[in-house]
Design a protein around this ligand. Structure first.
Ligand SMILES: [Zn+2]
Length: 198
């Protein structure tokens, strides 16, 4: 299956994760037998599988499942796509918004597929820079557009809760290909994603 979302959990994986998380609870000074924590290893085992389900999903298959021939060559922008991921260094969440644009070259895809593609790569252990490039490449390699641009703005809990504790810093990453390497096209895109609709 190319892109069915996880609804069921593999029992062997869940059981193994549960045993490990139970040990983690005791190691950090908790009592894994305390009432409030009895079901925590199981919930965490399932949550972790849900949050990393992107490993089993195929972004290109998702786009190809809704790829349509269309003679348009105007910039298509999907902005403010909600994004939740986890940093691979601390396994703590980072979250924010992705903005994606492409200039079709005969092929378009369903707008909702952009959000799905973001999820495929976000629901893994990530660094924001790689996430940005992976999204761009999936679109580039399936739609073969004249250009693709991806901008991600995110807050990292590993920076906010620990370490430097820069509570309000937002990290912005971007990746541009094709037409978007031209200053004028890139500026138009950046202007459009920063403008408000109202
Ligand atoms: Zn981190």
């Amino acid at each position: 299956m190319a892109y069915k979302k996880i609804e069921q959990y593999e029992e062997a994986v869940t059981n193994c994760l549960m045993a490990n998380y139970k040990e983690v609870l005791d190691l950090i000074g908790e009592d894994s037998q305390r009432e409030g924590l009895l079901k925590t290893p199981e919930r965490l085992a399932k949550a972790m599988q849900y949050l990393t389900q992107g490993y089993h999903l195929d972004a290109k298959a998702i786009i190809n499942s809704a790829k349509f021939h269309e003679e348009v060559s105007e910039m298509v922008i999907v902005k403010d796509i909600e994004l939740y991921s986890m940093c691979e260094h601390h396994m703590l969440p980072f979250f924010g918004k992705a903005h994606i644009a492409y200039i079709p070259n005969g092929w378009i895809t369903g707008l909702s597929k952009m959000a799905r593609v973001v999820d495929v790569y976000a629901r893994r252990l990530q660094v924001q820079e790689r996430l940005t490039v992976e999204i761009m490449n999936a679109i580039k390699e399936t739609l073969n557009p004249l250009g693709v641009a991806v901008v991600i703005e995110a807050k990292h809990l590993c920076m906010m809760m620990r370490g430097v504790q820069k509570q309000n810093s937002v990290t912005t990453t971007s990746a541009f290909d094709g037409e978007f390497q031209k200053n004028s096209t890139r500026s138009e895109f950046l202007k459009l994603i920063s403008s408000k609709l109202d």
